[in-house]
Design a binder for this molecule. Structure first.
Ligand code: PMV
Length: 308
């Protein structure tokens, strides 16, 4: 049996504008997706307790990982079981974490010894094939962990924080939201470009405040970023309700994370007001959970096939 896992992520700053080459900062979180492989006569995936053939339409990320790994290694038969601590389609990078964890487990199985850079690049290729347009943010952060600045793809000072995540429970398609923003940009190029530039500025200022560990200012910049995201139409009434509930109960700052249109919001909190923020998000109709940022990227959790 082989089990590998990879973390989800939050966007502290810069989702959407990152698609247009602007600066973004994303951090890995301590909620993970794991991929477990057991020997099998053919290739199958466990769905609702039953092993079924991998379907590229229903399991595009796992299918993509198998397809890419088949190009570089002769894979034996295996059954794969994906387990996730992350809600999917909620802005927490679950599809990237599935892709990265699957590639790593196949890498261990086939003993291909891929570097982290190769895993991140392969995962990004798969995500782009599935989604049409994808920044390398999610796949890079899920592979390497830590706090990362995009487009440079470099680690910045570790942003050590307690984050309350509030899930609206509404699934949102990243592909559709990215194309909605593209359409808005085509209709109002000058205005929308100015907003993208402002988001870039906010991300860069955010990096400086992370270096200084000034949580109050980081929170204020998150609030500014949220206003800009709202202006390009990716926030929703439910997200705004959770965001304002968190702010009004003492969070340093709150914003949506990822594509928006539903999914999750994040609130930067002090140790002392976490429970207040959790309760406020619940009262406003969200599903809250607390997480920490983490330095840990993809890892091997269990390997009794090719022990190192
Ligand atoms: O919702 P997520 O976790 O897939 O994040 C999407 C972030 C975007 O900037 C909107 C798109 C991207 O590929 O970076």
């Amino acid at each position: 049996m082989i089990t590998c896992s990879a973390p989800g992520k939050i966007f502290l700053f810069g989702e959407h504008s990152v698609v247009y080459g602007k600066a973004a900062i994303a951090c890995a979180i301590d909620k993970r997706v794991s991929a477990t492989l057991v020997p099998c006569s053919s290739v199958k995936i466990k769905i609702a307790g039953q092993y079924k053939p991998v379907n590229p339409k229903k399991n595009p990320y796992v299918a993509g990982a198998i397809y890419e790994m088949n190009k570089i290694a002769e894979l034996p038969g295996f059954c794969i079981d994906i387990n996730s601590e992350l809600p999917s389609g909620a802005g927490l990078g679950s599809s990237s974490a599935v892709t990265v964890a699957t590639i790593k487990s196949l890498d261990v199985l086939a003993d291909t010894k891929l570097s982290l850079k190769e895993i991140a690049e392969m995962s990004h290729k798969i995500e782009t094939n599935v989604q049409g347009k994808a920044s390398p943010t999610d796949t890079f952060v899920s592979t390497f962990g830590g706090s990362v600045k995009i487009p440079e793809k470099v680690h910045i000072d570790f942003f050590d924080a307690k984050i309350v995540i509030g899930n609206t429970g509404k699934f949102a398609s990243t592909t559709n939201l990215v194309s909605d923003v593209y359409e808005l940009m085509s209709k109002h190029p000058d205005s929308v470009n100015c907003i993208m530039d402002a988001m870039d500025r906010v991300s860069r200022d955010g990096e400086i405040e992370i270096q200084k560990k000034d949580y109050k200012k980081i929170g204020e910049l998150m609030n500014i970023n949220q206003g800009l995201l709202n202006s390009i139409g990716v926030s929703t009434v439910q997200l705004e309700n959770l965001i304002w509930a968190a702010r009004n109960s003492g969070a340093y700052g709150a914003k949506l994370t990822g594509a928006g249109g539903g999914g999750c919001m994040i609130a930067l909190c002090d140790e002392n007001n976490i429970q207040k923020v959790v309760n406020a998000i619940k009262k406003a109709g969200g599903d809250p959970f607390v997480c920490n940022t983490t330095k840990e990227g993809v890892r091997v959790d269990k390997n009794n096939v090719n022990p190192e």
